[in-house]
Design a protein around this ligand. Structure first.
Ligand SMILES: *Cc1c(COP(=O)(O)O)cnc(C)c1O
Length: 494
């Protein structure tokens, strides 16, 4: 299988090279030129398999330059019962007559990012072997909170790698900040920036496409890569859980084999929902992909109007991992929807850089609308949804997942579509304790660990040891820099 840049047909490579490089030199993302197909017969064969076996099958269809042994090693090292608390890795919980929650947060950092970031270090080190690259790999990460910790945990003390994480100083929850600043490992670094996620992501993209810096690094036997969902190695593991969840829906009797389902995803950088689009394009019977946003609703407007306009106020919300106005992975969708019209994609992203917006053709808009539905909600609606879902369905959701539930409820009210639906549950509620607790009752104490105890009493949901044990850990990383100093900071680290 061949991968190519979304902005240049002449840039083609195998998956190992795409994973090593992260981002194409002219700023495009790497995407597969064809999407492998999965038939009903193939799905039948996946039904009795474990998560890991299904993962190997799906990954082998995309990562054709990896050997079977290499994929076995990657998958079995990443997805262990010990790290994910059960051999099902994910968990599916039915909450209403039509909706089931797909819990993707049972990994070590309590957010769905672990599904990809536990695997990525193995994919990356294997890619280095395949491409005979002996350089030290410097992983740059821009995070709105969850990616940072998941990447740190994934790459902690992985030989031949170093990782530097940038997070917005005001833009993460206290628990997210504590998770990152107390990180262990001799190859890790964490730095706060005075700026938002988009500032951090833009700086990282700039560094990754800087030719001069790249050569300087090469002389040092070093190379940059990315652990953000711009990297194909971050995205492809996410396709697996949609295929696997479909199998679980069949196995539990919730649907018949071949029956269509809808998928709802709380969306920021468009990585998770794009993975479900790939699953759909492979042939998994998925009808609507429902894109849920918070008040930073640039994607809602785009899907409904065909105009992507980032020139709007950035609103910090209680679902901070979705506080994003430049959704990188949308570019891969536009690439596929436009039938790989790289010239068009290039001009759209020129427009975005120059004018802060772009408009897709009427054909593309129609094609997008055929697959996607989009909606959004504000913080108050998010909190009301947490309370309502807990009272009606005894399901405690985090703030991001609540956005998805609210948008799904609105979709149901509008369409009466009773298709069985998977809602991606993306974080453990204790990662956002203050917001979740305040949705249920007035919060009376400031101390976060007392809030956790209170939320535990009300909800009976077990507190993950990974979060409760942070209380005893000391802070290792205190740097805060201006958003314009990211490039210099990275250079000083090399
Ligand atoms: C990252 C994240 C999201 C958004 O996912 P994207 O792939 O960036 O769209 C949603 N919820 C949580 C909890 C996250 O950490």
């Amino acid at each position: 299988m061949i991968y190519q840049s979304t902005r240049d047909d002449n840039v083609t490579m195998k998956s190992a090279n795409a994973i090593m490089q992260g981002l194409s030199v002219e700023g495009g993302l790497f995407a597969p030129t064809t999407i492998p197909k999965i038939t009903t017969n193939d799905i039948t064969k996946l039904l009795p398999l474990s998560y890991n076996q299904r993962a190997k099958k799906v990954l082998s269809m995309f990562l054709t330059d990896f050997t079977e042994q290499q994929l076995d090693h990657c998958v079995d090292s990443a997805y262990t019962e010990q790290k994910f608390k059960s051999n099902t890795i994910t968990q599916l919980k039915k909450i209403t007559s039509t909706a089931s929650m797909l819990e993707l947060w049972h990994g070590p950092t309590c957010a769905f990012k672990d599904m990809a970031l536990q695997l990525l270090p193995y994919l990356l080190t294997t890619s280095a072997k395949i491409t005979e690259n002996k350089d030290e790999i410097i992983i740059l990460v821009a995070t709105s909170g969850d990616t940072g910790k998941a990447a740190l945990e994934g790459f902690c003390d992985v030989d031949g790698t170093r990782i530097i994480v940038f997070y917005p100083v005001e833009g993460v929850s206290p628990m997210q900040k504590r998770q990152m600043t107390t990180q262990d490992g001799s190859n890790v670094n964490v730095c706060a920036i005075n700026g938002n996620f988009d500032d951090a992501q833009t700086a990282v993209k700039l560094i990754l496409t800087d030719d001069k810096l790249k050569h300087k690094l090469a002389d040092n036997n070093q190379a940059f890569s990315s652990a953000n969902s711009i990297n194909w190695g971050r995205l492809v593991p996410q396709v697996v859980y949609y295929v696997s969840a479909y199998c679980d829906m069949v196995n539990s009797g919730e649907i018949e084999l071949g029956e269509q389902i809808n998928v709802v995803v709380p969306t920021g950088n468009f990585g998770n929902i794009l993975a479900s689009y790939y699953a759909k394009m492979m042939g998994v019977p998925i009808s609507k992909l429902i894109c849920a946003s918070n008040k930073n609703n640039v994607l809602t407007d785009f899907i409904n109007t065909g105009v992507y306009d980032r020139e709007r106020e950035f609103s910090p919300t209680i679902s901070p991992s979705m506080d994003i106005l430049i959704s990188s992975n949308l570019e891969r969708l536009l690439f596929h929807i436009s039938n790989k019209d790289t010239e068009h994609i290039k001009s759209l992203y020129n427009d975005l850089a120059k004018e802060g917006k772009f408009q897709v053709s009427e054909d593309m808009k129609t094609a997008i609308k055929a697959h996607f539905y989009a909606g959004y909600c504000d913080d108050e609606q998010t909190k009301n949804t947490i309370k309502e879902t807990f009272e009606k369905s005894s399901y405690l959701s985090d703030t991001h997942t609540a956005v998805a539930i609210k948008v799904y409820n609105d979709y149901l009210a509008k369409t009466s579509d009773d298709t069985k639906t998977i809602i991606a549950s993306t974080a453990n509620p204790y990662k956002f304790t203050t917001s979740v607790l305040s949705a249920l009752e007035p919060v009376l104490v400031d101390d976060e660990y007392q809030q956790i105890e209170r939320l535990n009493i009300i909800s009976k949901l077990a507190v993950p040891i990974e979060l409760s044990s942070l209380k005893e850990k000391s802070v290792r990383f205190n740097d805060t820099i201006d958003k314009n100093k990211i490039v210099e900071y990275v250079e000083s680290m090399l």
